[in-house]
Design a protein. Structure first.
Length: 357
């Protein structure tokens, strides 16, 4: 961690990044004055509000232009040729039009494993490899998936509210749903899907899955479609990438197949679930309930979901622990440094491995 060193962030970090100063104990009366552009540092563009761990690391080496392409397009047009790297999050949008504006960028470093907002084909065409942060967050995301399974099945958040609202003396609370021994279906048996399966096995759950390809070595039952899988499980956990290939993979037909005793858990991307169909299915009892960490239009969550007693909502926080966010920042920063200094990238996305020396 760099302490007491001028940090280069443009525009200077004030309101939206106050957490940054508070977190690192660097709040001081003249903090803004200390955050000036350092012409000796290479320039990178942050396309989203970055986590302080990542921003801190970047600002120790680079001048970070914080969303200048959005806040001041004409200033960005002037500085764009100097941009050597683009930093984003798993939710960030890096379209073809932006990549075309940064001819000297050498890397797009995503703080997250998902990169569905990055136009990877355009990046390849512009010779800009894309990196992400796989593996380091797998445990946390799997933990939260199981947390949501337990939360919806055993109504833990609702029970907490029940006690806090003084309802216990007039109880008892309604019965929950047994999780141990239940049937889990996983949509996407990749790094995180497998970690979810390992945890669910510990609860004596049977595991079935769907993915683009069957995994005979997994020992789990394979179903070719999400609807077939849904018809055979109690908890359907979605953990695929987002993007066009998975848009509305979970639709009204899948929810119908999951049925009135089935629960949907989504820790993937909001785009994977047809949110309108989900709300209807929850309202009319087509499914029993849902645990949702991701939404179609974050950070906006449809108000229809707020009041539903059979739904548990979390704010896209599956990887949000101090330990994991530090590991993600370290890896994203290492990728940025490697990319901008022509060193081998640590974790390019699969589509870009062929570009890497
Ligand atoms: P991964 O190892 O690449 O696994 C992705 C899995 O999804 C693979 O099994 C893949 O199938 C499957 N898949 C892809 N397209 C599919 C389709 N059309 N139909 C069915 N299955 C499909 O990725 P990961 O590391 O596990 O991460 C998965 C995703 O989790 C990320 O991309 C991100 O969107 C999400 N995520 C969310 C959070 C959060 O905070 N909520 C945090 C981290 C990650 P094949 O194996 O057959 O190719
Ligand atoms: C993060 C994610 O919330 O890794 C991903 O794909 O969605 C999450 O880990 C995100 O990247 C940080 O903004």
């Amino acid at each position: 961690m760099i302490r007491g060193k001028p940090l280069s962030v443009n525009p200077p970090l004030q309101d939206s990044h106050s957490l940054f100063f508070e977190f690192f104990g660097q709040r001081c009366p003249n903090s803004v004055a200390r955050l000036e552009i350092d012409v000796s540092k290479p320039d990178v563009l942050a396309v989203a509000k970055l986590h302080p761990f990542y921003l801190q690391a970047l600002a120790s080496v680079y001048t970070v232009h914080d969303r200048t392409h959005i806040t001041d397009p004409s200033a960005f047009a002037a500085l764009a040729p100097r941009i050597v790297g683009v930093a984003g999050t798993g939710e960030s949008s890096v379209p073809r039009s932006l990549l075309a504006q940064v001819p000297n960028a050498k890397v797009v470093s995503v703080f997250g494993v998902g990169y569905d907002g990055v136009d990877v084909q355009a990046a390849i065409e512009h010779g800009i490899p894309v990196t992400h942060t796989p593996d380091v967050l797998t445990d946390d995301v799997a933990d939260l998936a199981l947390g949501l399974v337990l939360s919806v099945g055993r109504t833990i958040p609702q029970a907490d509210q029940f006690v806090r609202a003084g309802q216990w003396p007039a109880g008892p609370i309604a019965l929950g749903r047994k999780v141990s021994g239940a049937r889990m279906g996983i949509v996407g048996l990749g790094r995180i899907g497998k970690a979810i399966a390992r945890r669910a096995s510990g609860f004596g759950m049977s595991i079935a899955y769907t993915a683009r390809s069957e995994k005979p070595d997994s020992g789990f039952e394979f179903f070719a479609t999400p609807a077939e899988l849904a018809a055979n499980v109690d908890f359907l956990v979605v953990i695929t990438p987002g993007g066009t290939g998975t848009k509305h993979l979970i639709n009204a037909e899948v929810l119908q197949a999951l049925g009135p005793r089935g629960f949907l858990i989504n820790v993937a991307r909001g785009s994977v679930v047809d949110e309108t169909a989900l709300i209807a299915a929850l309202q009319n009892g087509t499914i029993a309930g849902a645990g949702l960490d991701v939404f179609a239009n974050e950070p906006n969550v449809p108000e229809a979901l707020w009041a539903m007693p059979n739904v548990v909502l979390t704010p896209h926080m599956a990887s949000a622990t101090t330990e994991t966010r530090q590991a993600m920042a370290d890896l994203a920063f290492a990728n940025m440094q490697a990319g901008t200094s022509d060193q081998p990238l640590r974790t390019p996305v699969p589509e870009c491995t062929a570009m890497v020396k």
